[in-house]
Design a protein around this ligand. Structure first.
Ligand code: DX5
Ligand code: ZN
Length: 226
């Protein structure tokens, strides 16, 4: 199964409730929420009050992607606001293992993220305390950027490592996902696809989501016949 996660960063914030309801109709079970602080990344987005409002407006799983300097301080605040899963950047955490365990103990799923310039090998020692791993396929900060193909190699490397270690965490990918890149990342091993511009940059986000999902699902490996 592949999940398409609309990134609300590219939504029309004045019509957020309406747009989310339409996506739920299109079968979206998860939403991606980008939190940026103007320090870790050169952009500022939303804070806990918006997550609190989203929580009241939807039953979808809220996947909060923290692109902030001090994730230890704010992860519990976002969980309290209604985040179901929280991902933190390897590059922002001094004690990554501790941070991931803390997110779990606060009652959310813990995700770890790496930037395009960070090797997969830096995650080797935390893979058993992560509920999912997010590979950035653009440099974080903005929607609508071009996909960096090196992410495909990283997804494959991570999938191989997962197999070798007998682990089962899903691989999420974020940045530049569209009808062209979606099947490629699925073939590489990603199963949770974040998409902003490819959904909200169209005149019909609901239809764009369905098309993206169909294209992604078609790239799933066929199970061997018995
Ligand atoms: C980028 C964010 C992404 C962004 C993706 O820093 O983490 O979630 O919204 O947007 P697209 O799909 O437009 O690249
Ligand atoms: Zn994101």
């Amino acid at each position: 199964m592949v999940e398409i996660l609309p990134s609300i960063l590219s939504a029309d914030f004045a019509r957020l409730g309406e747009q989310i309801a339409a996506l739920e109709t299109a079968g979206c079970r998860m939403l991606h929420v980008d939190v940026m602080d103007g320090h870790f990344v050169p952009n500022i987005t939303i804070g806990p009050p918006v997550v609190e409002s989203l929580r009241k407006a939807t039953r979808a799983i809220l996947d909060v992607h923290l692109m902030i300097e001090d994730p230890d301080k704010y992860a519990p605040v976002f969980i309290e606001a209604g985040a179901d899963q929280v991902s933190v950047h390897q590059e922002a955490c001094r004690h990554l293992d501790r941070t991931l365990r803390m997110i779990r103990s606060e009652g959310a799923k813990a995700g770890v993220v790496i930037n395009p310039g960070t090797p997969v090998a830096t995650l080797e020692d935390v893979l058993d305390v992560a509920d999912y791993v997010l590979i950035m396929s653009v440099n974080p900060g903005f929607g609508g950027q071009q996909f960096i193909p090196n992410a495909l190699r990283k997804v494959r490397e991570l999938a191989a490592l997962r197999k070798e270690r007998g682990l089962h965490f899903p691989i999420e990918i974020d940045g530049g996902i569209d009808l062209n890149t979606a099947p490629r990342v699925v073939a590489a091993g990603a199963r949770i696809l974040v998409a902003g511009n490819a959904i909200f940059g169209t005149s019909d986000p609901e239809r764009a989501t369905r098309e993206l999902k169909a294209r992604a699902m078609a790239a799933l490996p066929v199970a061997p016949a018995r």
